[in-house]
Design a protein around this ligand. Structure first.
Ligand code: ADP
Ligand code: ADP
Length: 242
């Protein structure tokens, strides 16, 4: 399998009233296409900041990020916008990341228009693509005109996944995607994400504080502590007892 993402000496420092916070401090790893890298560590160790720095939702302080061999930290605004079609994020709290005044179909249409995949005049094509995406993430067709508050957490996260998938990305940062969900629903969403990975050949960076989630899901696992990478190893060597 080909390498899709390579991160070298990545750093993200924040200036705080108490001084410089080394939120991400010299992290190195690579992910091959179609694989999952699990990123674990206790709350506050820098997982989320690292995911956002890789996507340039935060500007990294130093280091390199190569996507398909290209140095994406050198990208200008126009190149970054193009890159958003390849790299997406799924957030922990689907309620917080959804506009309460947007219906399910509007929430899925938004990224299609923002990324210029369709013009708003191409109504038939948009409707059929929304149909296709809802089907992909297991949302019933009758839900197109419902609002987030009318849906349970699992369905809201399916909308979050649908929004990320709408632009046909190759790589998705999954930032605690099941941590806000009832335990009974977590498995459904994890199974969905695994099925989608196979079907669409997606590459995941899967951030979680929950080891039991990543041990089955990941090929390789990065363990972070206070912004630093303290371990990077195949899941099967980190967890010797199956
Ligand atoms: P995790 O995702 O592992 O819980 P985070 O990446 O959210 O950790 O946070 C890492 C550290 O960076 C924490 O100490 C957090 O308080 C700090 N931090 C995160 N975002 C900011 C910010 N925008 N400004 C200042 N500090 C931040
Ligand atoms: P938060 O509320 O957790 O800080 P936001 O939802 O406000 O995050 O999004 C932060 C940034 O991420 C914004 O610049 C937004 O355009 C971008 N963004 C939102 N959703 C996605 C997505 N699915 N993929 C990539 N970038 C996104």
């Amino acid at each position: 399998k080909k390498e899709l993402l390579r991160v070298e000496h990545l750093k993200k420092y924040f200036t705080t009233p108490k001084g410089t916070l080394h939120a991400v401090d010299d992290v190195n790893f690579s992910i091959r296409a179609g694989e999952t890298l699990g990123v674990v560590g206790e709350s506050g160790c820098g997982k989320s900041t690292m995911g956002r720095a890789i996507l340039r939702l935060h500007e990294p302080t130093a280091g390199k990020v190569y996507f398909e061999g290209n140095d994406i930290l050198s990208y200008n605004k126009k190149q970054l916008k193009e890159l958003r079609k390849d790299m997406q994020i799924i957030f922990q709290d689907p309620f917080a990341s959804l506009n309460p005044r947007m219906t399910v179909s509007e929430a899925i249409i938004e990224p299609l228009l923002v990324q210029g995949i369709y013009k708003s005049s191409e109504r038939a094509a948009i409707i059929s693509r929304v149909d296709e995406i809802m089907n992909l993430v297991g949302l019933a067709k009758r839900l197109v005109n419902t609002y987030p508050h009318e849906l349970d957490g699992g369905r809201r996260q399916r909308i979050g996944i649908a929004r990320a998938l709408a632009v046909n990305p190759k790589f998705i940062v999954c930032d605690e995607p099941v941590s806000a969900l009832d335990v009974s629903i977590q498995a459904q969403i994890l199974n969905l994400m695994q099925d989608l990975q196979e079907e669409l050949n997606l590459t995941y960076m899967f951030i979680t504080h929950d080891l039991s989630v990543v041990r089955h899901f990941s090929n390789n696992i990065v363990v972070m502590y206070l912004g630093q990478m303290v371990e990077c190893a195949p899941a099967k060597t980190l967890f010797k007892n199956p």
